[in-house]
Ligand binder design. Structure first.
Ligand SMILES: Cc1cc2nc3c(=O)[nH]c(=O)nc-3n(C[C@H](O)[C@H](O)[C@H](O)COP(=O)(O)O)c2cc1C
Length: 222
């Protein structure tokens, strides 16, 4: 709780700057023809600049009942096919995407004041790619994935820790062990927006849209 005599939460939020001063620039006129190349440039720039969790991707979905939800996942790769992430087939996001493939994915690199927004559709990458992704995980990550029962009520934290210990030992003993519910998913965008914040508030915004002839690129008012 904040000190009742001190500044309010509202004051603190208003006084906290959203961006730093030393920001990169973005010139859409010089950007690559395909958004994949620009995204790669930006995510590599975020990694090289030491941005925290540069691979964090917020995936937003819509369920069969129309309810929406969003959560952070780890970006595994970007290929000509799309943006890859891995998850458990029993999770809400997979239930949502199975009912409705429409998806949005968002990246934000705060120290660079850069945001990327994708919208499109998602599909599973297939059993082989999913198993390969699972096998590439560390024993601890495989153990954690094997132990969990996504979204089910959990009695205590100790129960989780014991389940992870037991599953990690199994994963350690058997390199070939794969969680059947492990799924690699691919987000295939039809629109990608790149946004570069500016200390002068002249933010730069450009959107790529997929047309039958290829990608178009348009500068937008921020
Ligand atoms: C930084 C970060 C990375 C995460 N990476 C993943 C991931 O790669 N896959 C995943 O299923 N959940 C990941 N999670 C957990 C999800 O955000 C989410 O809590 C979980 O997948 C359940 O989501 P759902 O019930 O909406 O499907 C991550 C969370 C954070 C904060």
């Amino acid at each position: 709780m904040s000190d009742p005599a001190g500044p309010t939460l509202r004051d603190r939020l208003r006084r906290t700057p959203a961006f730093g001063a030393d920001l990169p620039t973005f010139e859409p006129d010089d950007a690559p023809d395909a958004p994949h190349a620009l995204f790669e440039e930006w995510v590599l720039g975020a990694i090289d600049a030491g941005a925290p969790a540069p691979q964090a991707m917020t995936v937003s979905t819509r369920g069969a009942d129309g309810s929406v939800s969003a959560r952070v996942v780890v970006l595994k790769d970007v290929t000509a096919e799309g943006w890859h992430f891995a998850t458990d087939a029993r999770s809400r996001k997979v239930q949502d995407l199975t009912a409705d493939a429409a998806v949005a994915a968002t990246f934000y690199w705060p120290t660079l004041a850069r945001q990327v927004r994708l919208t499109g559709r998602a599909h599973p990458a297939g059993a082989e790619a999913s198993a390969a992704d699972f096998r590439e995980r560390s024993p601890a990550s495989r153990g954690a994935a094997l132990a969990t029962r996504p979204g089910e009520p959990l009695g205590s934290h100790a129960e989780l820790v014991a389940a992870i210990d037991e599953a990690t030992a199994r994963a350690d003993a058997d390199r070939a062990l794969v969680l059947p519910e492990w799924q690699l998913w691919v987000v295939v965008p039809d629109e990608i927006e790149f946004w570069q914040g500016s200390p002068e508030r002249a933010h730069v915004r450009a959107v790529y849209r997929k047309e039958s002839t290829g990608w178009t690129r348009t500068r937008l008012w921020p």
